[in-house]
Write a new protein. Sequence first.
Length: 288
Amino acid sequence: METNNNTKPTEMSSTKMFGGYNKRFKHFSQTLDCSMTFSVFFPPSPSSSHKSPVLYWLSGLTCTDENFITKSGAQRAASAEGIALIAPDTSPRGLNVPGEADSWDFGVGAGFYLNATQEKWKNWRMYDYVVKELPQLLSENFPQLDTSRASISGHSMGGHGALTIYLKNLDKYKSVSAFAPVVNPVNCPWGQKAFSNYLGDDKAHWEEYDATCLISKSHDLAATILIDQGEDDSFLKGQLMPHKFEEECRNYNVPLLLRLQPGYDHSYYFIATFIDDHISHHAQALKL
């Protein structure tokens, strides 16, 4: 076990972009009991006392905190809108749990943004890390961020994370969006594999981390949920199934804008194409 005297974030790198800075940090996470990295794009600030609202981005399977920052091109719109981008990693790392790296869709790089209940995976608490530890860390160490004005977005497994975290914490986030999210994990192979290992056999517990199941339990959903889905996404039919979520939103009068994008796949080329719309969607909510 590592010592936890590095709970304060230390800067690993800094690169100027669109007048702001991409910065990468490392810190010891007490939630996950390991060292974690996260990336932040700080937009250009009009004054030293100005505080930027934040947009959390949750990445998909196999990703780190760097994929979104490197590939999405989101900084151009974020800079123009004055929004900070926060990209955490996708799982604990370096714990050397037997089997943690045996498959690409479970364990390392595949935290599924839940709190595991099974003893072997007890460190996999990405839900608490994203919802509790990281926002507190940001507010305590970066006075230029206004973590009380926050929105959340993500891709694939991270889209699942963004939707479920938003639906369970409407008081903490102003808006949500997702690219090709896993909206009904209890009914798809990725979700069933992850949930059975992390959460055990209690299917009722699985539903607490399923966006489609959570819609019926969510009240006062006024802000429109934005989802972009590529129609040529190879995971569309077997894993993502956005129409199940759409149907549930319709049943409970939840405002959803689901855009099926012809010809687009599951990649960051797809994300980069439509990311400006998502930044704009969140900018409207964050500036209310």
